[in-house]
Ligand binder design. Structure first.
Ligand SMILES: CC(=O)SCCNC(=O)CCNC(=O)[C@H](O)C(C)(C)COP(=O)(O)OP(=O)(O)OC[C@H]1O[C@@H](n2cnc3c(N)ncnc32)[C@H](O)[C@@H]1OP(=O)(O)O
Ligand SMILES: CC(C)C(=O)C(=O)O
Length: 566
């Protein structure tokens, strides 16, 4: 590919290695979450949200458990301003939720921001200016001291305006925007200049937010930068280090996780990673990654389908089918060996009554995010195998297919999917199975069967079967004795003018689920003198007649109408 040589690394790792974070292997507690869906997410939409949509989305974010929500850039537009006023005037902000607003470091914008906040109980005012080499040179055309002055002027203004509204509990946040393209020592210098003005205390900490406004490096470089900043920041114990990753290289989640290992306390991100360009960091994935490591994420995504639905409704964006934890296909196993392992794993967990989760191929239990095994996990197409097909028949329709029969059914179903070139729904799997195996009554149909004990039969408990049978539209009635019911029926059938060539290989039966109107299923396998085997399945409310139906089905599969001659 041409033109790769136009690019080079544009980021600035610390001059000395800052890699202590590498010694930790997982994040041990949830960070403070700040949703920026209504600001960063909103500013990235083709059509930003309406006031009503923002109100609903805000309330939904509260329901999910967010305690800090950046509600907008109130100086940006009338909608943003009125939205904030509505939250305040209609008392829509719960006491345990802090709203946050973003402002550039410009006096009229800061003033308008504070105007919009009048009457709010508590708020974070988030000040930013760009600090990267590229922005300094190309956009602001200013040297470092002038860039620092933009930040410190803004920091002073925030203090001044906040003092005018003593009824509001204000906190301050500063972002050296484009941090990832900023020399780390300069980033530390400008953040410290702001911290020194704000003079944080344990009661009034400040937030220093370190955005990868554009994600430029591999995630470990971002982590090293965060570790360096945590070491350099003044008054660190009273500074909340916040991370605001974007996803330009597709590694925002990794960067955020490593950044947390490196000392980050707080994450700004959005549901499903909506945001500028390739998006902000996806808070759903981050939170669920904690969950999957046994850490309480302190956000509630237990009804993921609803989260997806609401998000799509508010933003008009789509959650892709492979989005971690939330996409439609992320728990789906189509391939045979995966299905086999999952169904065995599920059974193992059930049998052992295990609460801890270790089912192969599934990072978490889909039920924990409101997904259904039946609809979401094992799905049938031409890549599927016997284990998956048997799982579908058992879970959805109550048929516990004998192990020896599974392979044959598996191939029959996958072949059908292959020919039709489509996924088969559980109902279609069942129809294919039923059509081929269950209660197959043509050309042979036993229309009536009664049994009596033949106690004199070789002094054993033999059975006498009296059957009415229709074969190729002719009716016959015979009575015969056998060492069991099926044997007696076989002997009666042999009295018809037809030749039957089979012996029994195996038989099994079980009750079907309580909801089913047919209460029993039976499975019969017969073998002809050439060694060919034929399975049949019978279904009936009466277990004895289910077994008769299974035998008849097997015989009919052996003796297809056209080939069955006297
Ligand atoms: C990475 C991020 O997501 S940052 C947030 C970005 N979000 C947004 O910008 C959405 C909301 N913004 C807006 O609606 C508008 O930009 C407003 C209302 C805030 C300001 O509008 P305007 O003043 O008309 O335009 P604009 O933002 O283009 O202003 C650019 C000027 O501000 C300066 N500027 C830009 N950002 C900042 C900042 N953070 N602090 C101080 N000055 C800044 C620029 O250097 C430029 O200066 P110049 O006029 O001397 O050239
Ligand atoms: C304002 C800052 C935090 C921002 O949105 C970014 O840098 O991406």
């Amino acid at each position: 590919m041409k033109n790769y040589d136009r690019y080079s690394v544009g980021y600035f790792p610390p001059a000395t290695p800052h890699n202590e974070w590498v010694k930790k292997d997982h994040v041990e507690k949830a960070p403070t979450w700040c949703s920026v869906d209504l600001r960063d997410g909103n500013q990235a939409l083709i059509v930003p949200m309406s006031l009503e949509e923002k109100v609903e989305f805000f309330q939904y974010l509260v329901k999910l458990g967010f305690k800090e929500i950046e509600v907008g850039f109130p100086a940006a537009s009338e909608t943003e301003y009125h939205f904030l006023r509505k939250l305040v005037d209609d008392n829509l902000i719960p006491d345990d939720v802090t709203i946050q607003v973003l402002t550039q470091s410009r006096k009229h914008i800061i003033k308008k921001t504070f105007d919009s906040l009048v009457g709010v109980k508590k708020a974070v005012v988030h000040l930013y200016n760009s600090t990267s080499l590229a922005q300094r040179e190309q956009v602001f055309r200013k040297e470092k001291p002038e860039i620092i002055k933009i930040a410190t002027d803004g920091a002073h203004l925030l203090k001044e305006y906040a003092a005018k509204y003593p009824e509001t509990d204000f906190s301050f946040e500063y972002s050296p925007e484009s941090f990832t393209g900023t020399e780390v020592d300069f980033a530390a210098e400008i953040c410290n200049a702001v911290i020194d003005i704000w003079e944080p205390t344990p009661e009034n900490k400040v937030i220093i937010n370190l955005p990868s406004t554009v994600e430029m490096s591999m995630p470990h470089v971002y982590a090293s930068q965060i570790e360096y900043m945590c070491e350099q920041l003044h008054n660190r114990e009273n500074v909340i280090v916040s991370l605001h990753p974007h996803n330009d290289r597709g590694t925002a989640v990794a960067a955020a996780e490593l950044g947390l290992l490196a000392g980050g306390d707080r994450i700004e991100g959005t549901l499903f990673g909506n945001g500028e360009r390739t998006g902000n960091v996806d808070i759903v994935t981050l939170a669920m990654n904690l969950f999957a490591h046994g850490v309480d994420p302190e956000l509630n995504f237990s009804n993921m389908p609803e989260v997806v639905e609401k998000y799509e409704q508010y933003t008009d964006m789509k959650v892709p089918p492979r989005q971690p934890y939330s996409g439609k296909l992320v728990f789906a196993a189509f391939s045979g060996s995966h299905q086999d392992a999952i169904s065995k794993g599920m059974r193992w967990h059930k049998e052992k009554g295990l609460r801890t989760w270790s089912v192969p191929y599934l990072l978490i239990d889909p039920k924990d995010v409101g997904r259904e095994y039946e609809a979401d996990v094992i799905r049938i197409n031409s890549q599927s195998g016997k284990g998956g097909v048997a799982y579908i028949l058992e879970q959805n329709f109550g048929y516990s297919i004998p192990l020896q029969m599974r392979e044959e059914i598996g191939y029959m179903v996958k072949d059908l999917s292959d020919k039709e070139h489509k996924e088969l729904s559980p109902a279609e799997v069942y129809q294919a199975f039923a059509r081929e195996y269950v209660n197959v009554f043509d050309p042979i149909d036993i229309t009536d069967a009664t049994f009596m004990k033949a106690s004199d039969y070789k002094s054993n408990d033999g059975m006498i079967a009296k059957i009415k049978v229709r074969i190729n539209d002719e009716e016959y009635e015979f009575e015969a004795v056998g060492n069991g019911r099926l044997d007696a029926i076989s002997n009666a059938l042999k009295m018809t003018p037809y030749t039957f060539d089979y012996k029994f290989v195996t038989y099994s039966e079980h009750a079907l689920s309580a909801e089913s109107s047919s209460k029993a299923a039976a499975y019969v396998c017969i073998e002809d003198s050439d060694g060919n085997q034929f399975w049949g399945v019978g279904q009936h409310e009466d277990i004895i007649l289910a077994s008769v139906n299974a035998l008849v089905s097997a015989l009919n599969r052996q003796n297809k109408k056209d080939h069955f001659v006297e």
